[in-house]
Design a protein around this ligand. Structure first.
Ligand SMILES: [Zn+2]
Length: 204
């Protein structure tokens, strides 16, 4: 079986960190460095979507879908636009929860994706699942994961990073996680504090 490989990333752009601890939130976080100079949308084309789906375990190979996308570029472009709408819906929904407001608008946007995902599910090994033969298929488990997160107990553990807009599931025992990743935003914050302290010392 042919597997989908990532195309080379532009200079200075890193491989997307997968740090949220939940499939739907990881999909919400597919724009890396969202407010910074190295902003990069990792699912801005269909290949990127497949690479992400492989990295997160949604797909095991994806070669067939890539060939379908190359044969049907318009269809693939439609799925990429839908992926962007799904990402917006997930960010709106769970962003509202984090902010302590009811996620009405997020749910209005998310609901058709969830309905579509359930509508496409077929029994596999005794439970509903998906066959990855249609271009839109990688979006179904993401939408379903969003619904499960929204309806389950884990929703209380959703947080927004203290240094960037990324969302994550805090699975620490004492509910103390603050950063999407210590290596990304945690270190930035440490550096910022360090330089502020140094600047203060110099002023004394
Ligand atoms: Zn962050």
């Amino acid at each position: 079986m042919e597997t989908v490989q990532a195309a080379a990333l532009p200079d200075g752009i890193r491989e997307l960190p997968i740090v949220a601890g939940d499939l739907a939130l990881d999909f919400a976080n597919t724009v890396d460095d969202p407010l910074g100079p190295l902003r990069h949308d990792h699912v801005a084309d269909y290949r990127g979507l497949l690479v992400w789906a492989r990295r997160t375990g949604v797909l095991t190979e994806g070669g067939e879908l890539l060939r379908s996308a190359e044969a049907n570029r318009r269809g693939a472009a439609t799925v990429v636009r839908r992926a962007e709408s799904l990402r917006t819906a997930i960010n709106l929904t769970f962003g509202a929860l984090v902010d302590g407001v009811p996620p009405d608008e997020g749910w209005r946007q998310l609901r058709p994706f969830v309905t579509d995902a359930i509508g496409q599910a077929r029994i596999q090994d005794g439970r509903p699942g998906w066959e990855y033969t249609e271009l839109a298929a990688p979006l179904w488990p993401v939408a379903h994961a969003a619904y499960e997160l929204l309806t389950g107990d884990e929703r209380r553990r959703i947080k927004r990073c203290a240094g960037c807009p990324w969302l994550f599931l805090d699975q620490s025992k004492n509910n103390s996680r603050r950063w999407c990743s210590m290596e990304i935003c945690g270190l930035n914050e440490k550096m910022r504090r360090y330089t502020t302290r140094r600047a203060e010392r110099r002023l004394r």
